[in-house]
Design a binder for this molecule. Structure first.
Ligand code: WTA
Length: 708
């Protein structure tokens, strides 16, 4: 089998070319139940094998030394956590109005919360600006010279050093003002949606803040996506302005961002959607086409502007950004986040979860790409208001060597390191010697996000990266939740490998059955949040019906996360994976239907079914069962062509790990594809599924016989 190209969870780019799937041997305990849990009908079955699979007894209480190293705990004890949590649920308005006082508001709110399920308004009538709270507030308080963003480029010079920039709040503010003025000069105004399709350069954070400053919403598109993704998102958002780069560095190669944008703009104009302006940051200096009048060089346009620009006073409920994420249909959803609640919640979760403290010598590094919600909330919006420098890295974790991250931790004296389980499993695979070569003693808090972490990876992270002295915060949250919803607090919560522990303040989370009734301890069920919280999504852009249907209709009056979960005797939450047709591949969400549509758009394919399969690095890999048309012949070349085709439509993240050609797909007599069966086939398991409804038993036999 050809080596798989794996995408990092966090930058979505080619990470390793040597990942082979040996999931069952590697970490059977966690993987074994995920596909089963993907079926909601088994989630409430107390006899499910799930119940016995995760018996994790190791517990890691935070120590006094850890709290001292972080300048003291924000929450002194679990008793205090319980008291504060109980108050946040009983009196959300009182609780959040106190938290919100720590930020600046131009006009105070008349009411903290207006809740009309599923519509929430937080800090009603208040006026503020998130850019003011991220930058101006610090400059006005005399901290303008302190570092806000540390940036490191991927390429290294001949002497082995990379390009590094330290941008102070004062410098950031000036560049943001210039960028705001540049956008205004192109006619961008309050309420417009500006598309940002860039690499991990500081100008991406600057452009986001510049939009926020003038009241334009941004829609960041991950730089690893191909042109069709730009087309869909710009159309949906009715966005007529895009900011991009000539290219982005990725493992020593240039990703041709501007070329993708040109292609997308051409496709858009064929659909009568005009992209008026394209601002281009020259980063990689690759050859690009230039369309005079439409294209503007960042250094000329932005560079020529005044470094002063007043913040637009924004209503708390004005749109801050759209961020597209996969759902169970073929079309990505534009998740809407508004300003006030998101600002308060991301800043507060960042502070409390990670134990951030301004002026305490902390350096925080989240390795996510800003193209995902993790980068929005925990590189930019949640971190800058806390006045702790946020490290942003441009490239791949294994370029030029497998120790790049650890070298960076040591060089920048990183105190907080936040990454994804997929990345951790890749680090494990690359070998203990890489972190061992570097001084990681500056680290004080480790974090994970994006997917369930298997206890083996948790322990490896704890020992090899954290030197057995750092708390690990396993933060469960979603694009829709805006910020952490289930998470340990670094100095407070005893952790258990594999559990995201307890709800954050203000989060009334539960595991329930279809009727909204809580299930007993250790029984699987649906993860819901029963009360509104400040950073909750405010809708799906342009699709009210889908918003209600996806999140609010299955269990009445509760937010349905779309994940299966259980709570143990301590009340700790264990996430068991998605219950819808969404795969979590390397921590990235992908709709099975998106991949199926991409496959079917290839001329050789008649029908395709896509399911998740265990993968020892990605967590979940993509298995595709494909029926071909009469003129196509199954071959390895065709498999390779299909993988490339999917990559061209959805990006390399979506390349199937396994493609199996089949005469027919296993269907019920009513024509429904039996996905559970396919999941078992893909995982190489003997299926315990009931096959009595299977239309043609021969199909299953054929599938089983047709091993890769
Ligand atoms: C999964 C990423 C287990 C989950 C911030 C969720 C997790 C989806 C965790 C959201 C975690 C995220 N443990 N599973 N700590 N964090 N997930 O929108 O399935 O890209 O629904 O947001 O990732 O993915 P999204």
């Amino acid at each position: 089998m050809a080596a798989d190209i794996l995408q990092t969870p966090l930058d979505g780019r080619n990470l390793i070319s040597r990942a082979e799937a040996h999931a069952q041997e590697r970490w059977p305990r966690l993987l074994a139940y995920i596909p089963r849990m993907a079926d909601p009908h088994t989630t409430s079955n107390a006899n499910s094998p799930v119940q016995s699979l995760l018996k994790e007894d190791r517990i890691f209480p935070p120590t006094a030394a850890q709290a001292t190293a972080l300048g003291g705990a924000w929450c002194a004890s679990m008793d205090e956590y319980r008291t504060r949590h109980a108050r946040s649920i009983a009196d959300p308005e009182g609780f959040w109005s106190e938290v919100a006082q720590d930020l600046d508001w131009f006009t105070p709110w008349s009411k903290v919360l207006e809740w009309n399920c599923p519509d929430a308004k937080w800090f009603v009538d208040a006026k503020t600006n998130i850019c003011h709270n991220a930058l101006d507030r610090h400059v006005l308080a005399g901290h303008g010279h302190e570092v806000g963003i540390i940036w490191e480029g991927e390429p290294k010079r001949e002497n082995g050093t990379p390009e590094v920039k330290h941008l102070s709040y004062g410098e950031l503010l000036e560049e943001v003002c210039r960028c705001s003025n540049a956008l205004k000069s192109l006619g961008v105004k309050k309420g417009d949606v500006v598309t940002l399709y860039m690499g991990m350069v500081p100008e991406l954070a600057i452009a986001m803040l510049a939009c926020a400053r003038i009241g334009a919403a941004h829609s960041v598109i991950f730089g690893g996506f191909p042109a069709p993704a730009i087309v869909d998102r710009m159309l949906d958002a009715k966005s007529g302005v895009i900011v991009t780069c000539d290219g982005a560095w990725r493992r020593g190669q240039v990703v041709p961002l501007k070329k993708n944008v040109d292609e997308a703009i051409a496709l858009l104009s064929a659909q009568n959607h005009k992209v008026e302006h394209c601002i281009v940051l020259h980063r990689t200096k690759n050859q690009i086409d230039w369309h005079a009048g439409r294209d503007h060089a960042w250094h000329e346009l932005v560079g020529a502007q005044s470094d002063e620009c007043d913040c637009e006073p924004m209503d708390s409920e004005d749109l801050l950004f759209l961020l597209y994420t996969s759902g169970s249909t073929g079309k990505p959803k534009g998740i809407r986040h508004t300003i006030g609640g998101y600002m308060v919640y991301t800043a507060y979760t960042a502070q409390q979860t990670f134990s951030l403290r301004a002026g305490a010598g902390q350096v925080y590094w989240c390795t996510a790409d800003i193209g995902w919600v993790t980068g929005h909330s925990y590189i930019v919006y949640g971190i800058l208001p806390n006045r702790v420098p946020s490290l942003m890295y441009e490239g791949a974790p294994n370029f030029p060597g497998d120790d790049r991250f650890w070298e960076m931790v040591s060089r920048h004296h990183v105190t907080h390191f936040y990454t994804a389980p997929t990345a951790i499993r890749a680090f494990m695979k690359w070998g203990d010697e890489h972190p061992a070569k570097h001084d990681l003693s500056s680290l004080k808090v480790l974090g994970t996000v994006g997917e369930p972490i298997n206890p083996e990876a948790w322990m490896w992270y704890h020992q090899n990266i954290g030197g057995s002295k750092c708390p690990i915060v396993d933060t469960f949250w979603q694009t829709e939740t805006g910020g952490h919803v289930l998470t340990p607090l670094a100095c407070t919560t005893p952790t258990v490998p594999g559990s995201c522990t307890l709800p954050f303040f203000g989060i009334d989370a539960a595991v329930v059955d279809e009727n909204g009734v809580e299930v007993p301890a250790n029984c699987g069920g649906l993860l819901v949040i029963r009360k509104p919280w400040p950073a909750m999504l405010r809708g799906i852009h342009g699709d009210r019906a889908r918003f209600i249907e996806t999140y609010w209709s299955r269990v009445k009056g509760m937010y349905l996360a779309g994940d299966g979960a259980r709570r143990d005797e301590r009340g700790y939450f264990w996430i068991m994976g998605r219950i819808d047709d969404v795969l979590n591949v390397s921590g990235h969400r992908l709709g099975t239907m998106e991949v199926e549509s991409a496959l079917v758009s290839h001329e050789a394919v008649v029908e395709a079914a896509v399911v998740g399969m265990p993968h020892d690095i990605k967590g979940t890999g993509i298995a595709a069962f494909v029926s071909l048309g009469p003129h196509a012949t199954p071959s390895d070349e065709l498999k390779a062509a299909l993988r490339e085709h999917v990559s061209g439509v959805l990006g390399p993240i979506a390349k199937p790990d396994m493609i199996r050609f089949t005469q027919a797909l296993p269907k019920t007599r009513s024509g429904k594809i039996m996905r559970r069966l396919l999941r078992d086939v893909a995982a190489g398991r003997d299926s315990k599924q009931d096959t009595t409804t299977l239309e043609d038993l021969n199909v299953l036999a054929a599938l089983r016989g047709n091993e890769e």
